[in-house]
Design a protein around this ligand. Structure first.
Ligand code: MD6
Ligand code: FE
Length: 226
């Protein structure tokens, strides 16, 4: 079992009433946790739901306000989707690529986000936006803060699927030192409260192949945008 210096893994039960399974958690900030394998009991429902969302809102490589094409391909589901173009970043109700509302957030996505937030001490989380990111080998996410939401009283819940990645978890200044947190298929990270605006990113993803998802890493991030 992966263990990091300075963190205290604790064992707890997931979904105690049906698919009983234990998992470990690591605390990476006062109100930030990594829940290892937390998404695995739901994986057989998550993957078909993901496919259905992607049929209606396919991945696209967006262009940032600075004119760079992002190496991570994005889609969204829920009431709000996250888009970026030369004029800036914003949440929209309509997918600009299809002219249609973003696909509804699948029930199993909502369940997962809620359970993970609850495990981190944020009861009754009802996300209205789920960003879906696809990292192919070499793709990365530079250090940034998630701050396009209207308020910060709810956490960000981030789910990793597919090939591994090294998550960087920094502080409140871009120059603060970062913790390196390896993330694997099924891991869920939650950061909120005083940690909500901490800088974070993803190092360039290494070449690898996952039995179910192939040569890619899929990340969901759930937020309350409005
Ligand atoms: C991750 N992702 O992929 C963390 N933030 O583990 C993010 O922090 C993120 O993928 C904003 C938009 C897209 C992202
Ligand atoms: Fe982020």
């Amino acid at each position: 079992m992966m263990q990091r210096k300075g963190t205290t893994p604790t064992t707890f039960d997931l979904f105690a009433d049906d698919t009983r399974q234990s998992s470990t958690s690591e605390q990476i900030g006062p109100r930030s946790f990594v829940f290892r394998g937390f998404a695995l009991p739901l994986i057989d429902r998550l993957l078909p739901s993901l496919e259905s969302v992607l049929t209606r809102a396919p991945f696209r490589n967006m262009v940032t306000p600075g004119g760079h094409t992002m190496s991570v391909a994005l889609s969204s589901c829920g009431q709000f989707g996250w888009t970026t173009d030369r004029s800036g970043y914003q949440y929209t109700r309509i997918d600009p690529q299809t002219g249609q509302p973003w696909p509804e957030m699948p029930e199993v996505f909502m369940e997962l986000a809620r359970a993970a937030a609850d495990a981190a001490g944020f009861a009754d989380f009802v996300p209205d936006a789920c960003l879906i990111n696809r990292y192919i080998p070499g793709a990365k996410m530079s250090l940034h803060q998630d701050k396009d939401e209207r308020g910060y009283e709810w956490p960000v819940v981030s789910v990793s699927l597919g090939i591994p990645a090294m998550f960087l978890f920094g502080g409140h200044a871009r120059s603060d030192t970062t913790q390196r947190v390896p993330l694997f298929h099924g891991d869920v990270v939650v950061w909120g409260g005083e940690d909500r605006l901490r800088f974070h990113g993803v190092m360039p993803v290494k070449q690898a192949e996952h039995p179910q998802l192939g040569e890619q890493r899929i990340n969901f991030t759930f937020r309350k945008a409005r």
